[in-house]
Design a protein. Structure first.
Length: 67
């Protein structure tokens, strides 16, 4: 009777460890997805700023090319 109880205890401990690791992975995935979303938003803002800054430069280059 000792061995079956030992195996059940070890199986329970193994499942508990896997559960704790699954929760940790879930939390890290959530944190990583927030970081990716923030980075994507910053990249979008930077692209918009670059587009706005390039507008007058492109207009000036077009004027120079016409002369």
């Amino acid at each position: 009777m000792l061995w079956p109880m030992l195996f059940v205890t070890l199986a329970f401990c193994g499942i508990a460890v896997l559960g704790v690791l699954a929760v940790r992975v879930g939390l890290e995935v959530r944190r990583f997805s927030r970081a990716v979303a923030d980075s994507s938003e910053r990249i979008t803002r930077a692209a918009e700023d670059l587009e706005r800054a390039a507008g007058p430069l492109a207009a000036g280059a077009d004027a120079v090319r016409r002369h």
